[in-house]
Design a protein around this ligand. Structure first.
Ligand code: SAM
Length: 396
């Protein structure tokens, strides 16, 4: 983990989390207590979701502590792959100072994710002005405390605003931001408010700004996020990544489908201890994300001479290695289609298909589009434009 994050976490929780410290009895028992609360949070956020979210669980001091230790730690790095993809467009090059708004900030995962990323990968940005917003003032106070403890090379200037995304009509702001993040908040907000959230984003985003949504990867909430994606597109925004299409999301056409990335990470030992006790497991980081721009620019444009949403595609499933063939689902203007390559057809030009992984950005030419699938024959050309290494974060 980025050390400035862990150091601030230790200070705010008054708990030492190094590998040596977590062997001590008192630290073990503090982690065991937190793990009990994480088990409750995990159950609430998956099984009895609606009722649990209505209970405003982060009002409770102990639950907020557990959320901060476990969920903020396992969420912040999920912002890095979309930020890295965005940086390929030259997005960060024009800024020395970045104005950022985080909606539904909770204990600030998106802020710590952005600040750790900028400090390491965008050294020309020296100042980050982050505005944390949430409907709970307790969260804003915790984020302020965390920001005071967060010491990195970046000049982090925090402000907070109490904002209910379900009552934006009265709160509408006119401040302009270069980057707006929504992280695991749409999952808690009724979809009937999406139109107002989107018009708020339209008003608050600078002309060349970006909005990044990162939501959970489980089917129901991922689909909810994809519907928000479609509403952003219908309002005139473009999805810069991960999609290679401007239309609506084809995963929504079949109610058994959804779409998410999976990011390898090095699980900290204090998270492993909590996982072992709580029965949770974070061996990788999964998320449904979208990067939205006002301009029609796509990540694939950076790699291809001309826009081509039928040749560029995003791998949206794992790769299935079967007897005699490889299969993967790939999404672009053609929809979310199954691509199949017989092992006997493997050639010098298509062999990379036998290696593709979830969320690789690929280029496919000379393929055979059939009724129920797309065949990658021996003549086909398969290139990996940006492999999952791009997401292979994550900072160790
Ligand atoms: C699951 S937490 C996510 C926190 C943080 N963004 C993260 O990814 O770890 C959801 C957050 O959304 C906030 N929230 C829920 N409904 C909201 C609303 N109507 N307006 C603003 N914030 C809301 C909650 O208070 C909570 O802090």
């Amino acid at each position: 983990m980025p050390r400035e994050y862990t150091a601030a976490l230790e200070e705010v929780l008054s708990l030492r989390l190094s590998d040596d410290d977590i062997r001590r009895k008192e630290v073990r028992s503090a982690l065991a207590k937190i793990a009990g609360l994480v088990a409750q949070l995990s159950e609430g956020l998956t099984k009895d979701r609606e009722e649990f979210v209505r209970s405003e669980y982060l009002r409770d001091e102990d639950q907020q502590r557990a959320y901060l230790l476990y969920y903020t730690t396992t969420n912040l790095l999920k912002l890095w792959p979309p930020l890295r993809e965005l940086s390929r467009s030259g997005f960060f090059a024009g800024y020395e100072e970045l104005r950022h708004l985080d909606l539904g900030t909770g204990t600030g995962a998106a802020i710590w994710g952005l600040a750790t990323y900028l400090a390491r990968e965008q050294p020309s940005i020296t100042t980050l002005r982050s505005q944390a917003s949430d409907k709970l003032s307790r969260n804003l106070r915790t984020v302020e405390r965390f920001a005071s403890a967060f010491k990195s090379g970046l000049d982090l200037r925090m402000s907070t605003s109490l904002m209910d995304l379900g009552a934006l009509a009265v709160d509408k702001g006119t401040q302009q931001f270069d980057l707006i993040t929504l992280m695991n908040v749409l999952a808690e907000v009724d979809e009937s408010y999406d139109a107002e959230i989107i018009s708020f984003i339209e008003q608050s985003l600078a002309e060349h700004g970006a909005t990044i949504m990162v939501e959970p990867a489980s089917r129901e909430v991922s689909r909810r996020a994809l519907r928000f994606r479609d509403r952003m597109v219908a309002s005139g925004f473009y999805v810069y990544s991960p999609c290679c299409r401007n239309g609506s999301c084809p995963a929504l056409e079949d109610e058994d489908n959804w779409c998410h990335t999976e990011i390898p990470w090095q699980r900290p030992n204090f998270i492993r201890i909590v996982d072992d006790i709580a029965g949770t497991l974070r061996l990788s980081l999964k998320a449904t994300y979208s990067v939205f721009l006002r301009q029609d620019t796509n990540l694939s444009d950076i790699f291809l001479e001309h826009r081509d949403f039928s040749s560029a595609g995003r791998v949206v499933s794992e790769r299935f290695d079967e007897k005699g063939r490889y299969r993967a689902f790939i999404c672009n203007d053609r929809g979310r289609r199954e691509y199949v390559m017989n092992k006997r057809d493997k050639s010098a030009t298509n062999r990379l298909f036998s290696k593709v992984a979830r969320y690789d950005l690929v280029e496919l030419r000379d393929i055979e589009v059939r009724g129920h699938d797309v065949k990658i024959g021996s003549e086909a050309v398969v290139n990996v434009l940006r492999n999952a290494e791009g997401s292979k974060n994550v900072y160790n």
